[in-house]
Design a protein around this ligand. Structure first.
Ligand SMILES: [Zn+2]
Length: 287
């Protein structure tokens, strides 16, 4: 099983995680820029972080044979802090860099007027730089947040096929499917979406325009949940080719729209699973 994790925050993970991910079949990933827990108070903290996403983190990943890409943006939470607004001015120079495959994460946290403004401005940047957009949906008030997100995406004029709307669940998937945007799902160890619930969504909605990620951030999370979802798909009767489509070919197709994705040398199906991986029997998540 080869895995492309399309949304994982490696900055918050240890080297052991890279090791386990490589053993589980993760060979490429996208790390979206997000908040760092401690609020940032100046644009310099952002540029240092962005520099690490295009420099240090790809190096760290490469030591484990994992291809690292990132998305760059002012995240929705910090869009509300006036001290961070200047970040919008430095984004264009990062959006030209090779390892940057989308504008993101953008979207809503608390759905404030400040977030409206920053979201629209960054969708415009995606259009201008001919990049896909990675959109986070709020964890509270999800249905309303998703509707408002889709309305802003429509108004921006960006091609919906170049937008992934992430952190979806059973309540929000249908409206995003209808919109023509890609559907992103973050799988968590014990809250929100689990591998089993993900499998049920794939059975109902099919495999088109679906991206599955482990998110793996500051909260309780597990960078192997992509692998466990692949195992749960196989257990439910999906084929190896179906798993490869969801966990590899779909993310390659979506982020390939940036014209900056280079995974062609990783492009072999059926590479054997390293013997060190012991997670096969751990189908996490329960009901
Ligand atoms: Zn995220």
């Amino acid at each position: 099983m080869r895995i492309f994790d399309p949304h994982i925050h490696m900055t918050s993970r240890t080297t052991d995680d890279y090791e386990r991910m490589a053993a589980a079949g993760v060979r490429a990933l996208v790390e979206p820029a997000f908040w760092l827990g401690q609020p940032r108070t100046s644009v310099g903290s952002f540029t240092d972080y962005f520099d690490s996403l295009v420099g240090w983190e790809p190096f760290r990943a490469s030591q484990f044979g994992i291809r690292h890409h990132c998305t760059i943006a002012l995240n929705p939470k910090e869009a509300n802090d006036a001290r961070c607004r200047e970040v919008l001015q430095v984004l264009p120079r990062y959006l030209e860099k090779d390892g940057v495959v989308a504008v993101g994460e953008i979207g809503y946290d608390s759905m404030t007027p400040e977030e409206d403004e920053v979201f629209a401005a960054q969708l415009a940047l995606a259009v201008e730089h001919e990049l896909p957009a990675m959109v986070h949906t709020p964890h509270r008030d999800k249905a309303r947040g998703t509707d408002r997100t889709l309305a802003v995406v429509r108004e921006s004029g960006i091609d919906p096929g170049r937008v992934v709307v992430d952190h979806l669940n059973e309540v929000t998937v249908a409206r995003v499917a209808e919109s023509g945007c890609w559907m992103g799902f973050s799988i968590y160890p014990d809250t929100k979406m689990t591998p089993q619930r993900m499998v049920a969504i794939l059975q109902e909605h099919g495999l088109d325009r679906v991206l599955v990620n482990s998110a793996a951030d500051w909260g309780r999370s597990d960078p192997l949940l992509t692998r466990y979802t692949g195992e749960a798909m196989l257990a439910a009767g999906f084929s190896d080719d179906d798993v490869d489509r969801v966990l590899w070919r779909n993310p390659v197709e979506f982020y390939g729209q940036s014209k900056r994705l280079d995974v062609s040398d990783l492009d072999t199906i059926g590479a054997p699973l390293p013997a060190t991986f012991e997670g096969n029997s751990i189908l996490r998540g329960g009901s």
